[in-house]
Design a protein around this ligand. Structure first.
Ligand code: FNR
Length: 360
């Protein structure tokens, strides 16, 4: 691609050029027919914005808080694994970019830097994303380490009792280097040629994880717990009832269940079900500042970005991640100005028209 990228999608092109095909496919791909992968992005395009005019937008304030932590804009870093496949500095570089951007990074269990390395490399506010293994002692050890290393919240991913079928990875015979947080912990199941399928194998993952286990997790830690991977009102109600600190509407970037709904199409259902009792975060397909605007209008407190971060990292390291976040912030600021919303609180439901409303 000629010249500097001017939007987040162009970073994807740069990442495609920079990475071996196997790694690019690992980051970019989704499950099976990749119907949901496409729809996560396309569904945003079916929502239009209803701008208001003659509002004083000479100053735009994008800052907000998540679980009491102030961030410069409602854009956070989603947990994604294996950043060293994108860049030799891995998650340490991503975390420095998060700190420089004044946002929160959610570190994946499957990171390629240890959580200790990430913690010592920056002063970003970090949450820790947890996968629960059959050997519950491993989850407990990870939780204790996460707390000790200054993570401010635990994000329990609940949409991966088994690994989704990502056909590009199968074709490419994708091999994954050691997962640093698990070194020494999973030694029984893992050999040096660790494949993603063993990280997520039926033998390793705890597919029996249930609502009651959230109570068990709570008994392990003082960190607030968020549940990531909610797509229905039924589950949103349960999450609010058991009193978790928040939820993330997510379909895992369309890498798990294909034909699960595009996340932006179910956000409002979840927000209504929760009724303001707990904060609702959102991810899936956010590629433009207008996407962030739409998610906020439909009730999200903030969005998480997954692939854009790894593409930025692959293309230009820490600088690339900062640029990706800055581009989304600049676009959001402009969208707010052009829609008559001087602050994030001014973005309301009446600022968007969904596809359903357009068809009525
Ligand atoms: C992910 N995601 C993810 N989620 C999680 O809870 N734990 C993880 O380790 C990972 N790993 C991971 C790796 C890669 C390469 C991708 C693309 C995604 C899902 C991630 O947190 C988030 O839900 C999606 O990436 C959001 O969608 P977008 O922004 O990628 O469209």
């Amino acid at each position: 691609m000629a010249g500097e990228p001017v939007n987040v999608n162009e970073f994807q092109e740069l990442a495609r050029e920079a990475l071996p095909k196997m790694y690019y496919d690992f980051y970019a791909g989704g499950a099976e027919d990749q119907y949901t992968l496409k729809d996560n992005v396309e569904a945003f395009k079916r929502i239009t914005i209803r701008p208001r005019i003659l509002v004083d937008v000479s100053r735009i304030g994008m800052s907000t808080t998540v679980l009491g932590y102030n961030i410069s804009a409602p854009i956070m870093i989603a947990p994604t694994g294996l950043h060293k496949l994108a860049h030799p500095e891995g998650e340490a570089a991503t975390a420095r970019a998060a700190a420089a951007s004044k946002t929160i990074m959610i570190l994946s269990t499957g990171s390629s830097c240890t959580m200790e390395e990430v913690a010592s490399s920056c002063n970003a506010v970090r949450f820790f994303q947890l996968y629960v293994y059959k050997r519950r002692d491993i989850a407990a050890a990870l939780v204790h380490r996460a707390e000790k290393n200054g993570h401010k919240a635990l994000v329990l991913t609940v949409d991966a009792p088994r690994l989704g079928r990502r056909e590009a990875d199968i074709k490419n015979k994708m091999m994954v280097p050691g997962l640093k947080n698990l070194e020494g912990l999973l030694s029984i199941e893992v050999d040096s040629r660790f494949k993603p399928r063993s990280f997520f194998s039926k033998a390793t993952m705890d597919a029996s994880l249930c609502w009651k286990d959230v109570e068990w997790l709570r008994s392990l830690t003082n960190m607030p717990i968020l549940i990531k991977g909610i797509l229905t009102r039924e589950d949103a109600i349960k999450a609010a009832e058991i009193g978790v600190a928040g939820i993330v509407v997510s379909n895992h970037g369309a890498r798990q269940l294909d034909y699960s709904p595009a996340t932006i199409t179910v956000l409002e259902e979840v927000v209504h079900a929760v009724g303001g009792k707990i904060p609702v975060l959102f991810d899936g397909g956010v590629r433009r500042g207008t996407d962030v605007f739409k998610a906020l209008a439909l009730g999200a407190q903030a969005v998480l970005i997954g692939r854009p971060v790894v593409f930025g990292l692959a293309a230009k390291g820490e600088h690339g991640v900062k640029r990706v976040i800055q581009m989304l912030k600049d676009e959001l600021e402009l969208a707010m100005a052009l829609s008559g919303c001087p602050s994030v609180k001014d973005i309301t439901r009446s600022h968007v028209r969904t596809e359903r409303e357009r068809l009525l």
